[in-house]
Ligand binder design. Sequence first.
Ligand code: NAD
Ligand code: UFG
Length: 334
Amino acid sequence: MRILLTGGAGFIGSHTAVEIVQSGHDVVIFDNFSNSDASVLERLERILGRPVTFEEGDIRDYSRMREVLQKHNIDAVVHFAGLKAVGESVEKPLEYYDNNITGTLTLLRAMRDLGIKRLIFSSSATVYGTPQYLPLDENHPLSVTNPYGRTKLQVEEILSDLCVSDPEWSVVCLRYFNPIGAHESGLIGENPRGIPNNLLPYVARVAAGILPAVQVFGNDYDTPDGTGVRDYIHVVDLAKGHVNAAEYCSCHKGWIAINLGTGVGYSVLDIIHAYEKACGKPVPYKIVARRPGDVASNWANPQRALELLGWKAQYNLQDMCEHSWNFQKNCPVE
Ligand code: NAD
Ligand code: UFG
């Protein structure tokens, strides 16, 4: 298959590019570098030992989108491109709706007009809202509390409507839990701009001495050690799930949502201690107030991914922290 990755220069997209090429498919990366930079392409080429096809562009640009899809004779699209910071989405809802909703609609129009009807969409466990039960399966009620989450849920619904309107479409919405870690080579990983919002890149920068201490957002949750529990998944396992999803799309039609998680929850303190082991030194932290909007615990039931995609996460928490540290050491931030 020839697979276009919108947002393919980003954290999850770059790891997915590696796994797709290594499973024998062709990849075209499409990105506007709003949250990534061109150096990732050279690093991908070092991992893969071959050139990577790249097209610069914005998913909101219909004619560019159409041109690229046509030029490369694309069979399927994995749609990562979008904005992803929950806090920023509250401050800038219009930017989020424009990028994530208008961008997706423009991509879908270009695909439809060219008869390309296979899509894998980067959704999120955020669509489950506050868990009513755990583990979270795909039938858990959906609800969202911020514009970012709303864009994910709305795109899922748009895709479902599209599949009802035209049974030729094949759409898999992958609901990611918490992707962390990095490629084993240490060449690609997560390198957010500015102060990280998410736990792992923050811990990595504390371990590297760039930030002084991790702020642990609350230790009075109803969890074994009082800190928040999440289903952290190695980004390479997540990337492999996309290969299985693309292959699934080529022989199934219709819309489906599938969780990508491990089924195991770890606390903030579990993460800090695993990272200390990985980097061989203490990671200073302090307990601070809860972060508004956080839930106590959140982990996946990954059974559907196993049944439909034959996919199961392989890496453990220690691997995730070691690979993150390996990347952090190789790729110091500004
Ligand atoms: P990322 O920011 O590293 O990657 C997104 C890429 O999309 C970037 O390279 C960015 O430059 C590009 N992009 C953004 N807007 C674009 C546009 N209009 N046109 C073209 N390119 C554009 O983020 P990521 O962590 O790799 O996440 C990828 C997807 O997965 C996103 O849709 C995100 O919402 C979703 N997701 C991420 C997480 C997570 O924790 N990382 C969790 C759940 C879902
Ligand atoms: N945390 C801290 N200190 C930090 C950052 C986070 O203690 O500096 C804690 C949080 O309170 C939470 C855990 O670490 O308990 C994980 O927080 P993250 O910000 O890394 O991840 P979230 O689970 O809050 O959010 C992630 C993605 C969202 C997505 C959501 C879906 O960032 O985009 O998963 O489950 F919507």
